[in-house]
Unconditional design. Structure first.
Length: 116
């Protein structure tokens, strides 16, 4: 049974930082690219960042220079370090294990709220 579980969301002030974690089980983790998506109210889900099995990363233009995706294959975990957060980063953040560049398994999501 595949499980993808996010953690680390919460309320943070503009300019602050959060680190999201995503633990995956039931898959051979190091064979999957991993990604973080987000969905704000009334908007479509969008890709935030992705990391390949080899560690290459791809970030959305809106988060370049502020967010960093990384992975620890020994812990079956992928991270999203978010710095210089803005109110427009407020969304539910979802982790996904990807195959062929497309999401295959999703987590339940974690809420990130950026507000003063």
């Amino acid at each position: 049974q595949v499980q993808v579980v996010e953690s680390g969301g919460g309320l943070v002030q503009p300019g602050g930082s959060l680190r999201l974690s995503c633990a995956a089980s039931g898959i051979v983790f190091n064979l999957y690219a991993m990604g973080w998506y987000r969905q704000a109210p009334g908007k479509q889900r969008e890709l935030v960042a992705a990391i390949t099995t080899g560690g290459s990363t791809n970030d959305a233009d809106s988060v370049k220079g502020r967010f960093t995706i990384s992975r620890d294959n020994a812990k079956n975990t992928v991270y999203l370090q978010m710095n210089s957060l803005k109110p427009e980063d407020t969304a539910v953040y979802y982790c996904t294990a990807m195959v062929g560049g497309r999401p295959r398994y999703w987590g339940q999501g974690t809420q990130v709220t950026v507000s003063s």
